[in-house]
Design a binder for this molecule. Sequence first.
Ligand SMILES: Cc1ncc(COP(=O)(O)O)c(C=O)c1O
Length: 370
Amino acid sequence: MLNFSQPLISEDTIAAMVATMRSGWIASGPRVVEFECLLSATFNHRPTRVLTSATGAMEIALLACGIGAGDEVITSTQSFFSTMNMIVKVGAKPVFVDCDLVTRAIDLQQVEAAITPNTKAIVPTHFPGALGDMDALYALARRHRLRVIEDAALVQGSEWQGRAIGSFGDIATFSFHPNKNMTTIEGGAIVVADEATARLVETLRFHGITRRPDDTRDVSVASGKYNMSDVSAAIGIAQLQQLPAFLAQRRQLADRYFEVFPTIADAVLPPQGVPGQSWNMFCVLLPYQHLHTTRNAFRAALRERGIATGLSYEPSHLTSLGLGLGYHAGQFPNAERIGEQTITLPLHCGMTTADVDRVCAAIADVLAPG
Ligand SMILES: Cc1ncc(COP(=O)(O)O)c(C=O)c1O
């Protein structure tokens, strides 16, 4: 079975993990500090803190921006559910807007139209293959004095005009889940613009604890526990060394998809040829109705041929939670079409271009007339 996503764990990574297990320090400690330092270097030395997930990083980012009850956060309905969930969890209201059909970048015109006196932040989600216009996004945020929290879970290694995502802007969050560009098993990072915010993140990721002058502990804000273990950080340090190779291999696989993907009228492929992009996923929209099939039948036929696929993502506003917030079908046509037609094809560092050829041949075979 060809998985649609899986991590590539080297023997060096396993050895680093085992060495940490034997070191006598397995919870947050020196490996976490080292990992943060190495990661920060990839973000132009901006303050970087690691946590147990990107979901936790989003929650902490919202709290660090002071967002809570009565606040509105404008976000794309095309994202993983964690974006919506964390906005709701901190007590704020997610204000959904649509995205571009091809790049899936948040629609900035709709963002501007959705701003009210209660708006505190914009949370765009970045997708593989192309970013939205980051200059226009930050100009808009500056004009309206809004915070920006970039959900960069899927795009570690992507660049905007030669600058790595995370190395500029306000706040960015990253994921090290096993299906991301590198992994710590579970894990995430938050990159911020200044040391004061980084210190607030440190407090918020560990019970809200601060130190009094006499070195006893104080809690001024109730927070949870999101600190990464040294075992995960050791894996992260080893994976980070391989990240450039991982990104290159993913790019090669994406390039191959563009070369050999069968011609299908009305199919929407990811953006092609944008320089400096990372390729965590390769998602295509297929017009199943015209092809006289359904997505479920199509996925089942691929599964029978040993090919697993994923769905990224169902629109947040059409979840029960989103509907309960007053949203309804028909509001965001691009995200809704993506939700109905998208399929995530296998793309990971355990694959070769021959695997891409096999996937594309299977797609052609499944969709062949008669
Ligand atoms: C766009 C996006 N944001 C956030 C997350 C959450 O990441 P994590 O599993 O590290 O919490 C994901 C996970 O798939 C994601 O795709």
